[in-house]
Design a binder for this molecule. Structure first.
Ligand code: NOJ
Length: 461
């Protein structure tokens, strides 16, 4: 039996820096953040120049896997030709992973779409799906000998909803029809990549990573159960059902059609292709659940707290005629209003396992905090508590039969957290962004190493 994977995760735009080096083109995030003059990832953790030190540290921290993403605009030019320097960089990184005993878990797309494609409509334009398929094939060919865990997309819901519905990510739209089309195109593109992967006979497995939000209801009435189903369709099913079964939830499509949305771009040929090309495994990023009640009144309101002051930019989710999210006053929240709820991971894994019967990886889990990194060692007890409780929840679900194969802490080291900037820190290793990008393990780094060692001993028994 394969060893359980204990690792940590990163994403190209959030850590690499070197935003214009060695032939890399502009991504939609480079363009958007520069244009709006917002905090950006031009340098970020400078993984581009520090990868060897970072991977060595992950390995010395007892980890046996590393999750990363590839930057599409580093790999291809506008005509779809290969940028050899981009390929060489990732071959060096992947080889280094193997040198340090880290199995690479590689995501093709973690949000950094080439800007020239965004300018032509991004995920609203079907041509982006074909360009993505070409990019996926280039990556399978270039790195297939070094990778056997592939992920087509990281968190389709998060980048599509934030970009096209909530409007806090580029291109900052608020349009339901665009959201539906973008979401569909991403899931279709994922199937195109899976088809190429199967046809090419590349080694390993291919899956998708989902921003998993298990749904709880405020009570057990029929009205609440219906609201829970709407919430589950909105948060989870359109990604997981489509990836695992090749079918979008039919009641969700019915609801959208009854609300007057045009679904005619979901052609029979595309639906058949999606049905025939499903994933080998599911990656779940778990941060929190959603507690919901039936919709009462008011317009659709979707607010994400990017302010980092609990109660200030207060999050809110009301989906008109679908459901409302409620705050549980008894649970702990972070400064960004994210609920801390390990039980949701336990229940969620079992639910996903019983529903889909596919191998599961917890591809991200962690807590973002403000931290003073000028000290020799950040004593992040809150992160240790958080990870301990979540890992225990995961192992309980595994003991009860769920086929969970890996856990990745988010993140390997401090990095750039999109609209939350660099001061929302998630790393096991601190990076002083203002002081030479010096790396210093936090207390959680050593704790994680010990936890991994203890669990390996149990595995061997
Ligand atoms: C999920 C995303 O994959 C990652 O990019 C993000 O930074 C973390 N969650 C933390 O919010």
């Amino acid at each position: 039996m394969e060893k359980f994977l204990w690792g940590s995760a990163t994403a190209s735009y959030q850590c690499e820096g070197a935003w214009l080096q060695d032939g890399k083109l502009e991504s939609m995030w480079d363009h958007y953040l520069h244009e709006k003059q917002l905090e950006n990832g031009d340098v970020a953790s400078d993984f581009y120049h520090h990868y060897e030190e970072d991977l060595k540290m992950a390995s010395e921290g007892g980890q046996n896997s590393f999750r990363l993403s590839l930057s599409w605009p580093r790999i291809l030019d506008e005509k779809g030709n290969v940028n050899q320097r981009g390929i060489d960089f990732y071959r060096r990184v992947l080889t280094c992973c193997h040198t340090y005993g880290l199995k690479p878990n590689v995501t093709l797309y973690h949000w950094d779409l080439p800007q020239y494609l965004q300018a032509q409509g991004g995920w609203l334009n079907e041509a982006t799906c074909d360009a993505y398929a070409h990019y996926a094939k280039v990556c399978f060919e270039a790195f297939g000998d070094l990778v056997d865990l592939w992920v087509t997309f990281n968190e389709p819901r998060w980048f599509i909803f934030n970009g096209y519905l909530i409007g806090n990510y580029p291109p900052e739209h608020h349009d339901v029809d665009e959201t539906i089309k973008g979401a569909f195109h991403v899931m279709y593109a994922s199937s195109l990549a899976i088809r190429l992967f199967r046809e090419g006979g590349y080694p390993g497995q291919i899956g998708i990573v989902h921003s998993f939000t298990p749904i709880n209801g405020v009570d057990d009435t029929i009205a609440t159960r219906i609201a829970m189903r709407y919430a589950d369709n909105y948060c989870n099913n359109w990604v997981l059902d489509t990836a695992a079964w090749g079918e979008m939830p039919i009641d969700m499509l019915g609801k959208l059609a009854s609300e007057g949305h045009d679904l005619s771009f979901m052609t029979p040929a595309k639906l058949a292709l999606m049905k025939a090309n499903t994933v080998d495994f599911l990656g779940l990023n778990y941060y929190a659940r959603a507690l919901v009640k039936p919709y009462t009144s008011g317009e659709t309101t979707l607010i994400v707290n990017n302010a980092g002051k609990a109660g200030k930019g207060t999050s809110k989710t009301i989906l008109k005629n679908w459901f409302e999210q409620v705050n549980d006053p008894h649970t702990k929240k972070t400064e960004w209003d994210t609920e801390i709820y390990p039980q949701g991971l336990y229940e969620g894994i079992l639910m996903v396992w019983h529903k889909y019967h596919l191998p599961i990886y917890i591809t991200e889990n962690g807590v973002g905090m403000y931290e003073d990194v000028s000290v020799p060692c950040v004593e992040d007890d809150y992160r240790i508590d958080f990870m301990q409780e979540h890992i225990e929840a995961m192992l309980r679900a595994k003991d009860e039969g769920a086929d969970v194969r890996g856990y990745y802490a988010w993140s390997t080291f401090d990095l750039y957290s999109w609209k939350n900037g660099c001061e929302k820190r998630y790393g096991l290793v601190a990076i002083d962004f203002k002081n030479g990008l010096v790396r210093k393990p936090k207390a959680s780094y050593a704790w994680y190493r010990q936890m991994i060692e203890n669990n390996r001993k149990k595995e061997c028994k």
